[in-house]
Structures are given as C-alpha cells and as structure tokens.
Write a protein that binds this ligand. Structure first.
Ligand code: PLP
Length: 486
C-alpha cells in the first residue's frame, strides 16, 4: 500500500513554485494573482442567485453579455472545458453525419474529436509550410475555393488562426468565399483571445467575417487553465443547436471558480489588463529587435513572405532558432530550465517562449541574459555545431503535400468504432489506419483514421523515421507498429 500522507500533484506544483523560474509558458497569468482572488470562496454551485451556465438568465448571462460587448460579438458563451469543448460543440452544431466539412489539415485534434462524435466527413485543405522556420502558415484562399467547388454539400468551413506559434493568416478572402455560399466560417482562435486589444497584434477573426470563434482565455489572458469562450459573429450559426451541443459536451456542474475567472479576466482586460498588454507588446517588440540578426544568442525565426498567403505574426510569441547554436530544441529547453527559465514548448530545433500581460522589461531582461548564457554554454561545448535540418522537416512534408496523401475509405468516426489491431509497419500496407500519424514538425497529420496506408505512404513514414522525425500521439511512438482496422 502506498502512503496516503502524500499529495504528489500539489507537492510537484509547490516545488515548481519554489524553484522560482521565469515562466514563459501558459497560463497567461504566469502564477501571479492579477485578476484572481481567493479561489475557495468562489467555489459554489447553482443555488438561488448564482444562475446556471446551461440555462443562464442571471449573473452568468450578464457576464456573458459583458464579454460579448467587449469582443463585439452577437453573443458569447463561457466554456469550462477549454477551447476543446467549444470546438467540439461548434463541430456538432454545424455538421451532419456523412456530410462534408472543410477542415485545414493542421487542425487541432479537438476538431478531429468533433468529427468523430458527429460522423461528418472531413474534406482536408492543405496549409502552406515554411521549411526555413518549421512554421505552418495557413491555407491559401484558392485551396478553400477549390474545396468549396468540389464539395457543394459542405455544411461548414474551419480555419486555424493563429497557430500555436502565433502565425495568423489573413482570413478576409476566405470569409468572403464562405459567406457567398451562405456557410459558417468557424475559427479556432484558441491562441488569439488578446488580439482585439492592441493594434500591433494580428486582426481578430471576428473582425474579418468569422461566423464563430473559440478562444482559450487561459492561454493568453489572466484566467485559470481550462477557461475559454466562444463568440458568435453572424447568423450562420444556429445558436439553439449550439446551446444543445454545449450541454452535451460540458459538465453538468460547471466550475464557478472557472466561470468567475472568465468574468474577472474580462473585467481585467477591459481595464488594467489592456495597459499591461500594451506593455507586453512593447516588451516583445524590443526583445524581437534584440534577437534579430546577431549571432550571439538564438535567432528569432520569422517566415519570409510568400505570395499565396498574407500572414501576420503575434509579436508576443518568440520562436527561437536554437539550431544556430548547435543545440536541439529539447536540449536547449533543458539547459534553459537549469538557467531558471521555462519555455512553452520545444520543437526539433526551436523553442517557443511567450510573453503575456503578466510580463514586462524585467522578464525580458531575464530571458535575454539566460539566452546569452545558453549561447555561451553551447559555444563552450566543442561538440556543438549547427543542427542540420533533417530532410524530415521540410522536404518530406512537401513531398507529402504533393504526392502521397492517402485516400480516405471511412470517416474518422467509422474508423474509430471498428475493431482495431496492431501490425508491423511492413504489414500495414494496404490496410486502413485506425489512428493518425502526425510527423512533428509541422504537426500536420500525414495519415488520419480511416485512410488507406499505401506503399508510398509507408515508404514516406520509413524515410521520415530514418531522418529522425518524431511522430506525435501514435499508440507506438516509434512506429514499429501501427494501429489498423482488423
Ligand atoms: C490551435 C489550438 N486549438 C485548440 C486548442 C485547445 O485549447 P484548450 O487547451 O483550451 O482546450 C489548442 C491547445 O493547445 C490549440 O493549440
């Protein structure tokens, strides 16, 4: 029997707090009180006077109205299961079993979850990928146009703007195309809840004609993890159907702490938060200037403009190329932690550090100092040589884009509800995949559940593995074995 005296999660959190590292990761409040008072006093239930999220008519309805006013939305819905809950509900409310929904191939897995639950048929549109920076840029409007022409029965169109790394493709042309067909443009704006509050940030999707957007308040604002909201921008979304879908996917006991956190984050953002955000953007722009174009620290990786798509970058997301120091992303991540800095994520040769309205010049200086120490330690390490870009990153992905895209035989839902078996890579040829295979970078699935694994696709997978590409989320991450339909 294990001892019941310990509380391992609380202990790990306390140790992390005591370590006192510079937090360059989510949640946006960075562990500081900002908008958050004593939490236990806010934890209640649906007693008289406290309203009900699933049938809001009192303070929750008023809080949601205030949020809609601030964001210029027709209506806003509070979410206590992250953007994931809002995205799944939006898929359910805007799809029908077997009918097509147009979805970027780099969509977050919550869209795939929604498609599995609804039984809709995804029609994937391919994003552009910038090999020099390992960044996915977005899907050009022409690719959406073609998909809409080929799929006149589509019920909805999805976009991801911005990406995790803060790349925000312009959506105006896509919104016009979708609007002209009377369809809803649904936008995963999980990383863009702060966009409307500083002109130096990318244009918010609602202002570009989105019918609905989902934003994680916890990612970039002073709000607790799991808090998010969904804003309605047009009549193309049936709000009664959406309410029903939200009831289906959210807890019947939504946390008052999380709802209060959303309410307080909105209030904070409308006041002091906006000033703090301006400070964070100033700081980020100065940091970006300091990190651009000199060799003594990791360089800021910025994609060059391409003709087919206009993008804006969120300046608060710093995508740092540590390969120039001869380090891989994970190694640089470990070294930085020893130097007292924790970043949001590590790619094969990049780190993502994020500033939020909790950060200012002090944090920027700490990061710069740590990056200089990092580059000194890398230079002192004689084995360090610039990390070669494995052809797995770009070349293989581009090959995947043009040549070996597997064909869907079943919808993701049909594939999920059939019996599966695990087979070796060699034995998988000709079989239908029961899981997605996602090379990272760029995190765009090569294979989706329900797609047939051809010899070409498997040759590509083998080549990618030999080149050192990591696959995300597979049952066997080494891909010695693959889950297929039995
Ligand atoms: C692009 C994107 N969309 C949606 C989500 C889901 O957001 P949440 O964690 O709030 O459920 C994430 C989470 O990382 C994301 O990166």
């Amino acid at each position: 029997m294990r001892s019941q005296d310990s509380a391992p999660i609380a202990a790990a959190l306390q140790a992390y707090r005591e370590e006192g590292v510079l937090r360059l990761h989510m949640p946006g409040h960075k562990g500081r009180p900002l908008s958050l008072p004593d939490l236990a006093s806010l934890d209640a239930t649906e007693v008289p006077g406290l309203d009900d999220l699933h049938d809001a008519s009192g303070p929750i309805a008023e809080a949601q109205r205030l949020c809609a006013d601030l964001y210029g939305a027709r209506e806003s819905f509070f979410l206590v299961g992250g953007s994931t809950a809002g995205i799944v509900a939006l898929v359910l409310a805007n799809s029908e079993p077997g009918r097509p929904v147009i979805v970027p191939r780099h969509a977050h897995r919550s869209i795939l979850s929604g498609l599995v639950l609804s039984g809709a048929r995804p029609v994937w549109v391919e994003p552009l990928y910038d090999p020099a920076t390992d960044l996915v840029l977005g899907v050009p409007a022409d690719r959406y146009r073609q998909a809409l022409e080929e799929e006149p029965g589509a019920t909805a169109v999805w976009a991801v703007a911005p990406t995790y790394q803060g790349v925000a493709p312009d959506l105006t042309a896509v919104a016009a195309l979708v609007e002209a067909r009377g369809l809803p443009l649904l936008v995963d704006e999980a990383h863009g809840a702060h966009f409307p509050f500083d002109d130096r940030l990318p244009r918010p999707a609602l202002a570009q004609g989105a019918a609905a957007v989902v934003q994680s308040a916890h990612k970039t604002l002073a709000a607790l993890t799991q808090t998010a909201w969904l804003h309605i921008g047009s009549d193309h979304v049936d709000r009664e159907r959406l309410r029903g879908a939200l009831r289906l996917v959210q807890s019947s006991s939504p946390s008052y702490v999380l709802m209060a956190s959303l309410d307080l984050a909105r209030q904070h953002l409308a006041g002091e938060g906006k000033t703090l955000l301006a400070r964070a953007v100033d700081t980020a722009l100065n940091l970006r200037a300091a990190l651009s174009g000199h060799g003594s620290a990791p360089w800021l990786a910025v994609p060059a403009p391409v003709g087919e798509i206009a993008i804006q970058l969120d300046p608060t997301k710093l995508w740092l190329d540590v390969g120039t120091l001869g380090l891989t992303g994970p190694e640089a991540d470990r070294r930085l932690r020893r130097l007292g800095v924790q970043v949001e994520m590590a790619g094969p040769r990049h780190l993502l550090a994020m500033l939020t309205l909790a950060d200012g010049e002090g944090e920027a200086l700490r990061l710069l100092t740590a990056l200089k120490d990092l580059s000194r330690s890398a230079a002192a390490d004689h084995s360090s040589a610039p990390v070669q870009r494995k052809n797995g990153g770009a070349g293989l992905w581009l090959a995947g884009e043009s040549a070996v895209r597997p064909q869907p035989e079943l919808t993701p839902r049909e594939a999920l509800f059939q019996r599966h078996q695990s087979v070796s890579l060699e034995a998988a040829a000709g079989r239908v995949a029961a899981e997605s295979l996602v090379p990272y970078p760029p995190g765009v699935p090569l294979v989706m559940p329900g797609e047939r694994l051809t010899e070409d696709v498997l040759a590509w997978v083998r080549e990618a593995l030999e080149a050192g590409v990591r696959f995300q989320g597979a049952a066997d991450p080494s891909l010695q074995r693959i889950l297929v339909l039995a």
